[in-house]
Design a protein around this ligand. Structure first.
Ligand SMILES: [Zn+2]
Length: 343
């Protein structure tokens, strides 16, 4: 189990023999839920994970109540019925279309989900699990993983060596070249970084001219990094902010992930989900970096509706799956600054 914790400094700790410190960060939490045979440990973890920041000194409950109250008040002041309407006012979707989509998904997935649970129960029963008839939250992930192993003779941990970080980045950058005609070149040392694991890259157009730069901070560092993954801008492309002698300031992006760190001299071996996450964030970064717009205030990801901004990221994610078709040279068209797949 790749648990990030050799850094906590137990003298004789090794990746194989422990002792391990297990935290509630995703690279730690998920393997426990998938692989810990000790059901009581899974329950303890599940409850601890779900009740983060809800008791004691760090209890956020009162703050959340206050936020909800203020949001409703804001909605009323602005003439809306609720905060969902305020939020949707600047997005592509409306509360109604979002509800419709959710209902469509719910009704389409209900029966298969019920069937999945039944399959899981009977599989657990066949394996002699005492909890087979009462599978609950801290059992589902564990037994799903066992069922997958039995069906495909492989579990997610065994897939990791196929997704080493250097291989994944090579694949991602190769894809970007095929789709957009760009080269991604390492540019470490060109700009200062905040941690020695952070990489710096340059994007070059087909003539080899730099058109953008980005930072990539891949690994989970629980003591100083929050959960999840995100992309944001460092600089937007801007004519006004150009330095003397150049026509435009090039965009710079930052991509931050929380994936499994390397252990020993092996590179980071990623889960498939972590691979999707990198592709997703790179989709956002591309929209920011490949913009042709020279007016900084509307360049890249700026002023794009929050739901529309997820199009390029989801688009890139889909390339993680083999769909049996070679990427065609012109699968994209530009429309109002957004990348949209052609039909
Ligand atoms: Zn996103």
């Amino acid at each position: 189990m790749p648990l990030d914790l050799l850094h906590k400094g137990h003298e004789n700790a090794t990746a194989d023999a422990g002792p391990w410190l297990i935290t509630l960060d995703a690279p730690s939490y998920l393997p426990v839920m998938q692989h810990a045979k000790n059901r009581a440990l899974r329950e303890e973890f599940y409850r601890a994970y779900l009740s983060r920041a809800s008791s004691g000194e760090l209890d956020n409950t009162a703050i959340i109540d206050q936020i909800l109250k203020l949001r409703l008040e804001k909605a009323k002041l602005l003439g809306y019925r609720n905060y969902a309407e305020v939020s949707m006012a600047t997005k592509m979707a409306t509360v109604e279309t979002a509800d419709e989509l959710l209902e469509k998904l719910r009704s389409a997935s209900w029966a298969p989900a019920v069937q999945d649970i039944e399959d899981l129960k009977s599989f657990a029963k066949d394996q002699g699990a005492a909890e087979a008839d009462s599978l609950t939250h801290w059992d589902i992930t564990f037994w799903s993983e066992r069922l997958r192993e039995s069906k495909y003779d492989i579990n997610e941990e065994e897939l990791r060596p196929y997704f080493s970080l250097p291989k994944v980045m090579d694949g991602l950058f190769g894809l970007a070249k095929t789709l957009f005609g760009i080269d991604v070149a390492p540019a470490d040392g060109v700009a200062p970084v905040w941690n020695s694991d952070v990489r710096f890259y340059c994007i070059k157009d087909s003539s080899g001219n730099p058109t953008a730069y980005f930072y990539f901070d891949p690994y989970s560092r629980p003591s100083e990094k929050r959960d999840g993954a995100w992309m944001d801008e460092v600089f937007s492309r801007s004519r006004v902010m150009a330095q003397k002698g150049s026509s435009v300031r090039l965009p710079v992006a930052q991509m931050v992930c929380n994936q499994t760190p390397p252990v020993g001299d092996k590179p980071s071996l990623m889960t498939f989900r972590e691979v999707e996450t990198v592709f997703h964030e790179f989709g956002h970064a591309l929209q920011h970096m490949l913009t042709k717009e020279d007016e900084g205030l509307v360049a890249g990801i700026r002023n794009i509706e929050w739901d529309a901004v997820e199009l390029p990221s989801q688009f890139m994610e889909n390339w993680c799956y083999h769909r049996g078709r070679e990427p065609s040279p012109e699968p994209l068209l530009r429309h109002n600054g957004l990348l949209v797949a052609t039909a």
